[in-house]
Design a protein around this ligand. Structure first.
Ligand SMILES: NC(=O)c1ncn([C@@H]2O[C@H](COP(=O)(O)O)[C@@H](O)[C@H]2O)c1NC=O
Length: 522
């Protein structure tokens, strides 16, 4: 029975290396060899090690069986798996190995065929299926299961630790447990990717959503606390990038609420193709505007509600300019999220100690669906698209009043897009490409109208346009708007009382368009 130290260190005498990602392989092999570790390896991994001048035994020389079927069978052999799975704490396992003439492994280094990358490249199904690694996960799982005896390494990021362990008596038991946890996460993520692909590609049942879904996230940060100080919280990310993968360029640690608001802000700014800025408080815009440049968009967004903008989270859909940075620096702002910052802009904002500056490039792999947790489950829905049906004013139906002149139509189109970033019931008043009054999150639509008008104030409400995220169930909402001097309204239509609403709006001399599409946002 092999011996270990008090901390469970086990010397590394023999290693099996089989890696698809060959980053750092030669250096690792040399260091292991120098530390007296014997190396066994598969096909091209062995080739690379030998080319580096390091002695290595090919797996096929170990098994006496050639790698075959284009690599589908390499390590799937008892001489490999018994060598990985023997529990070295047990005399009977040691005895069986000796009887069978099998030498044990102390270390397995492996990473898997690039299944996800092959899917993302748009490869044909046969090619994708060929990239499902079979032997790799078997070795990884075997070594992870047998962590009391074997160390398993699945990432080149760990090679420095391997070299340290090889020259200092091996990994401790605690270290091997942690490596095993990493290894099972590696194979679990891999299997979720494979199972998701199969559920979507090979087993659709006409429901439009897979019968099974899985996802894996990696912890990105433990946050100071959650929505409230008594709630613990952490941030996890998946492979698609997005806000969870943001690069923080400056400022204090992001909080849970910062992330929630930054996500809402990013969603709001991304709704527009021209330069746009959204100022968010508690996940709702207190200002949103477009402009000829980001500085103008920010000025107008801020002007919507300067009181609420204090301590806000700002998102912009284009690089932050020096001019915009100078304006932002004047106001206490919690977070700025942008795809990039001009160097001068970063310097100006970087002088503010407390502001958090996040760089988040436009999504390379936008989420096609979004999830929301409920007790005991999760809801999945398609993301509300930036260019949704009904976004083009050319498709709208004139429901009441005279056709709007071009400038008013442009404001309606802006208000219509902006309103989908406002929590329902949403009424957004706009003028000149900027929100001037936002009524959000009310439990009836008429109160949202009152709130929007009140926030705009009499002067700004008069002559503005209004967007409503869903239909007006009664004429009372439009009445509040018309009495405040709103000149045109855009809404989906579709209420059983549309006739009453249209009649009122016509009688009030207001123009109203139906888009036919609703944009609830809860
Ligand atoms: N089939 C097998 O027996 C097998 N054993 C190891 N592999 C994988 O083959 C790759 C390394 O192969 P090579 O050394 O030939 O580049 C690794 O990603 C490893 O996970 C296998 N390949 C696929 O299943």
């Amino acid at each position: 029975m092999s011996t270990t130290t008090d901390d469970g260190r086990r010397p590394l005498r023999r290693a099996l290396i089989s890696v698809y990602d060959k980053t750092g392989l030669e250096e690792l092999a040399k260091a292991l060899h120098d530390a007296g570790v014997a190396l066994v390896s598969t096909g091209s991994t062995a080739g690379r090690i030998a080319d580096a001048g390091v002695p290595v035994t090919k797996v096929e020389d170990l098994t006496g069986f050639p790698e075959c079927l284009d690599g589908r069978v390499k390590t799937l052999h008892p001489k490999v798996h018994a060598g990985i799975l023997a529990d070295r704490r047990r005399e009977d396992h040691e005895r069986q190995l000796a009887d069978l003439g099998i030498e044990p492994f102390d270390l397995v280094v492996s990473n898997l065929y690039p299944f996800v990358e092959t899917v993302r490249s748009g490869a044909e199904p046969d090619e994708v299926v060929e990239q499902i690694d079979i032997g790799g996960p078997s070795m990884v799982r075997a070594a992870a299961k047998n962590h009391p005896s074997v160390a398993i390494v699945v990432s080149p990021d760990r090679y420095a630790d391997v070299v340290t362990a090889a020259t200092s008596g091996g990994f401790t038991f605690e270290e091997r447990k942690r490596l095993a946890a990493e290894a099972f996460a590696h194979t679990a993520s891999y299997d979720v990717a494979v199972a998701s692909w199969f559920a979507n590609q090979y087993a659709p049942d006409g429901a439009g959503f897979p019968a099974w879904t899985g996802a894996t996230w990696e912890r990105q940060a433990v946050l100071r606390y959650g929505e409230n100080p008594h709630q613990g919280a952490a941030l996890y990310r998946h492979w698609r990038g997005g806000l969870a993968a943001a690069k923080q360029l400056h400022g204090k640690e992001m909080s849970y609420n910062n992330y929630v608001d930054a996500d809402a802000a990013r969603r709001a700014a991304a709704t527009f193709e021209q330069p746009a800025v959204a100022v968010i408080k508690h996940a709702n815009p207190c200002g949103i505007a477009v402009g000829v440049d980001v500085a103008e968009a920010h000025r107008r967004a801020h002007a919507c509600d300067p009181v609420s903008a204090y301590g806000g989270v700002i998102a912009v859909n284009a690089p932050v300019s020096v001019a915009m940075a100078e304006q932002v620096a004047e106001v206490f702002t919690e977070v700025v999220v942008a795809p990039a910052y001009e160097p001068g802009a970063l310097e100006i904002l970087g002088r503010k100690k407390n502001i958090r500056l996040l760089e988040v490039p436009a999504d390379e792999f936008p989420d096609p669906v979004e999830f929301r947790g409920i007790s005991g489950g999760v809801l999945m829905q398609q993301v509300d698209h930036v260019n949704a049906p009904g976004d083009d004013p050319g498709t709208w139906t004139l429901a009441a009043g005279d056709p709007a002149p071009d400038d008013v139509l442009a404001d309606l189109a802006f208000a219509w897009r902006a309103s989908r970033s406002v929590k329902s019931n949403a009424i957004l008043l706009a003028r000149g490409g900027a929100a001037v009054g936002v009524g959000m999150g009310q439990v009836n639509r008429v109160d949202s109208c009152r709130l929007a008008v009140e926030r705009a104030g009499a002067d700004r409400a008069r002559g503005s346009v209004a967007a409503s995220d869903a239909f007006f169930p009664f004429p009372d909402g439009p009445q509040v708007l018309a009495e405040a001097g709103v000149r045109a309204i855009v809404q989906p239509g579709g209420s059983v009382r549309d006739d009453e609403v249209v009649e009122y709006v016509r009688s009030a001399g207001v123009t109203m368009y139906f888009t036919g599409t609703r944009h609830f946002f809860h």
